[in-house]
Ligand binder design. Structure first.
Ligand code: A3P
Length: 268
């Protein structure tokens, strides 16, 4: 049916035009929560894991998961595992070669400790961080296949995405920046998505008790709101020597990542 203005005012379910593909513990929930303040964003709240786990269910299933959106609204979902799964870039490309991709990256050493902190909160009796991080603790040989360490090798993951998508179609968000200057990072994300800069510093305040930026008025509410207890946890204490070894391990990977990204994230 057409109408006089030529604008379609029916909200429909559409495949996403943008994806937050990673990284786990980078600040992906914060980014999604902040983006959904924008009236032109329609975000799926849960992680659908379509491309990595439920691909066999097909695109119609995937579409049915999406929130209804009006013409002109940008539909978005986040599944941080997409960034590190082999099959995902090609599958995303076969859905849409124009989809916009967003990755929140964070110092891989801090990210690994955050990841481990999350694992230990769910399974308390796992071995110590260093037992899992090293193949051989005496010679400092790192187990780069241990997922908390492997996820942080950003260059090798980004490389896979760049085999399918041009660099301009991938926006990298600084996880550190998202905490120190949420409005600044959100400004760049809105530009990347072709949206007006509606989410600004007016939406945030720094909550001293939480130690993180929180929302003054989240969507559909009039009360201030911080992310949940599992976001912004106190980290497991790791021996400084272990941290030094990890920094040495990641240095060349980070350098290669900065080069690929054309952007220096300032991790030591
Ligand atoms: P920590 O809990 O280790 O501090 P994700 O949502 O991708 O799992 O990322 C979780 C991380 O988001 C948290 O890791 C935290 O550092 C970061 N983060 C960024 N902005 C935040 C905010 N405003 N409130 C809480 N956590 C935030």
């Amino acid at each position: 049916d057409s109408n006089n203005s030529g604008t379609d005012w029916t909200a429909t379910r559409r495949l996403p035009q943008a994806l937050i593909i990673g990284v786990k513990k980078g600040g992906t929930r914060a980014l999604l929560e902040f983006l959904r303040l924008h009236p032109d964003i329609r975000a799926l709240g849960s992680e659908p894991h379509f491309f990595d786990r439920h691909y066999a269910r097909g695109l119609n299933w995937y579409r049915s998961m999406m929130p209804k959106a009006l013409e002109g609204q940008v539909v978005i979902e986040k599944t941080p595992r997409y960034f590190v799964t082999m099959e995902t870039p090609g599958r995303v490309h076969s859905m849409s070669r124009d989809v916009k991709l967003i990755v929140v990256v964070r110092d891989p050493v801090t990210r690994a400790i955050s990841d481990y902190t999350q694992i230990i909160s769910k399974t308390p009796y796992i071995p110590a961080f260093e037992t899992l991080a090293f193949k051989n603790h005496t010679n400092g040989e790192i187990d780069s296949l241990w997922s908390p360490l492997w996820i942080g090798m950003y260059a090798q993951h980004l490389e896979r995405w760049l085999a399918w998508f041009p660099r301009t179609q991938i926006h990298l968000v600084s996880g550190e920046g998202l905490i120190s200057d949420p409005a600044g990072e959100l400004g760049k994300v809105q530009d990347f998505l072709g949206l007006q800069r509606i989410v600004t510093d007016k939406h945030f305040y720094f909550n001293k008790t939480k130690g993180f930026p929180c929302l003054k008025k989240p969507e559909g509410s009039s009360k201030p709101h911080c992310l949940g207890k599992t976001k912004g946890r106190r980290h497991a204490l790791i021996d400084p020597g272990v941290i030094r070894t990890l920094r040495d391990f990641y240095r060349p990977h980070n350098r290669r990542f900065y080069q690929m990204a054309g952007q220096d994230f300032g991790w030591q």
